[in-house]
Design a protein around this ligand. Structure first.
Ligand code: UDP
Ligand code: MG
Length: 315
C-alpha cells in the first residue's frame, strides 16, 4: 500500500520535460528497487493547455514508459488549478502523492526522505527551501515581506514552502473538500492538520526554458494568498474610517478651544472638518458592510469546519 504518484503541472515545458521525466523515472525506479514504494507507482504529467509540443512529448513518454501518465487540460488554467486537477485525478489511484514543478528546481533527492516520513505516519510532508541566496535581492526581500504580511493578516503560511510536498491519500481526501475556485493550495494545506513534517532542501536554478510565472501571474497568486484566507483587510478599512472620524472630532475640539484665545476662520474650519468627518463616517460604514460581505465570502466557500483524525466509539 505504498503506491506513489508524482504530480507534475506542465505549461509550455518542451525544453525540459523529457529530461525531467527521465530524472523522475530514475527516482521512482530506485525507490521501487529499494522496496520503498509499490512497483506500479507513477508520474502524472498535467498539460495545462500548453501551446508548444508539451502534450506531444507526454504522449511519447506515455507510449515508451508504463509509469508515465498524462492528463491534458482543455485550456490554460494556471499552475494552482492544473495542480489541483492532477491531485484530484491521482487521488483514487495512489496511496501518497508528491507534487513538484516540471523544471525540477526543487531537489528530487529529498523525495526518498518524504516517503520515509510518510511511512513514519506523517500525512503531509512539506518541502521547505533552506536557502534563498540564489534568488535576486528583489525576489528575496519581497518574498520575505509577503510571508510577514500573510502572517500578520492571520493567513497560515509556511515560510519558504511552495508546492513541493507529499500528501497521503487521506490528506488529499480532506483537501478535496475545499471546493473554492480561487485556489491557493499552499495556504490550504496547513489548515488541514494531522501529523506533518518538513524536509529541507536547496532550490536550484531553472536549467532550461523560462519561468512560466509572469509577474502578472505571480501578483495574482500573491493577492489570492491574502484575500482567500483573511478578511482582515476589510476590517482595516473600517478601523481607518474610525480613526479619521476621531481625528476630525479632535480637530473640531481644537478649533473650538482655540477660538477662545484667538480669532478662528470658522468658515474654513467647519468646511474642512465636516469634510473629514463625513469621509471617515463613510469609510467606517464601508468597513462595517465589509464585515458582512466578509462573512458571506467565508460562507460561500463552504470550507470544511474540521477534519476528523480519529473517532473512538463504543466497542
Ligand atoms: N505552470 C502551469 N501553468 C501556468 C504556469 C506555470 O502549469 O499557467 C507550471 C509550470 O509548467 C511549472 C510550474 O507551474 O511546472 C511552476 O512554474 P515555473 O517553474 O515557471 O515558476 P517559478 O519556478 O519561476 O516560480
Ligand atoms: Mg520553476
Amino acid at each position: 500500500m505504498n503506491k506513489l504518484a508524482i504530480v507534475v503541472p506542465c505549461y509550455n515545458e518542451q525544453e525540459i520535460l523529457e529530461s525531467s521525466c527521465n530524472e523522475l523515472r530514475k527516482i521512482i525506479n530506485d525507490l521501487v528497487d529499494k522496496d520503498k514504494i509499490d512497483k506500479d507507482s507513477f508520474i502524472l504529467l498535467v498539460d495545462d493547455g500548453s501551446k508548444d509540443r508539451t502534450w506531444k512529448i507526454i504522449e511519447e513518454e506515455h507510449e515508451r514508459h508504463k509509469e508515465i501518465y498524462g492528463l491534458k487540460l482543455a485550456a490554460n488554467v494556471g499552475h494552482q488549478n492544473a495542480l489541483s486537477a492532477g491531485i484530484l485525478a491521482a487521488k483514487n489511484i495512489s496511496d501518497m502523492m508528491i507534487t513538484i514543478d516540471a523544471d525540477l528546481q526543487d531537489d528530487i533527492m529529498v523525495i526518498e526522505q518524504m516517503v520515509e516520513k510518510y511511512k513514519q505516519g506523517n500525512e503531509i510532508v512539506f518541502g521547505v527551501r533552506n536557502d534563498r541566496s540564489r534568488d535576486s535581492f528583489l525576489k528575496r526581500t519581497t518574498a520575505q515581506a509577503y510571508y510577514k504580511i500573510m502572517n500578520f493578516l492571520g493567513a497560515n503560511s509556511i515560510y519558504n514552502h511552495a508546492d513541493f510536498r507529499l500528501m497521503s491519500k487521506r490528506a488529499v481526501e480532506e483537501f478535496a473538500k475545499y471546493t473554492e475556485t480561487n485556489l491557493y493550495i499552499r495556504g490550504i494545506m496547513p489548515l488541514i492538520g494531522f501529523q506533518t513534517d518538513r524536509v529541507y532542501y536547496e532550490r536550484k536554478k531553472r536549467t532550461a526554458g523560462e519561468s512560466k510565472y509572469t509577474l502578472y501571474k505571480l501578483l495574482i497568486l500573491a493577492s489570492n494568498g491574502i484575500t482567500s484566507f483573511s478578511t482582515k483587510p476589510i476590517a482595516m478599512v473600517g478601523v481607518l474610517g474610525l480613526g479619521i472620524v476621531f481625528l476630525s472630532i479632535m480637530a473640531a475640539l481644537y478649533t473650538i478651544i482655540s477660538s477662545f484665545f484667538a480669532p478662528v476662520d470658522t468658515q474654513w474650519s467647519s468646511l474642512i472638518i465636516s469634510l473629514w468627518f463625513i469621509g471617515g463616517v463613510q469609510l467606517s460604514c464601508i468597513g462595517l458592510i465589509g464585515q458582512y460581505i466578509g462573512k458571506i465570502y467565508m460562507e460561500v466557500k463552504r470550507r470544511p469546519r474540521y477534519h476528523t483524525e480519529l473517532f473512538l466509539d463504543n466497542k
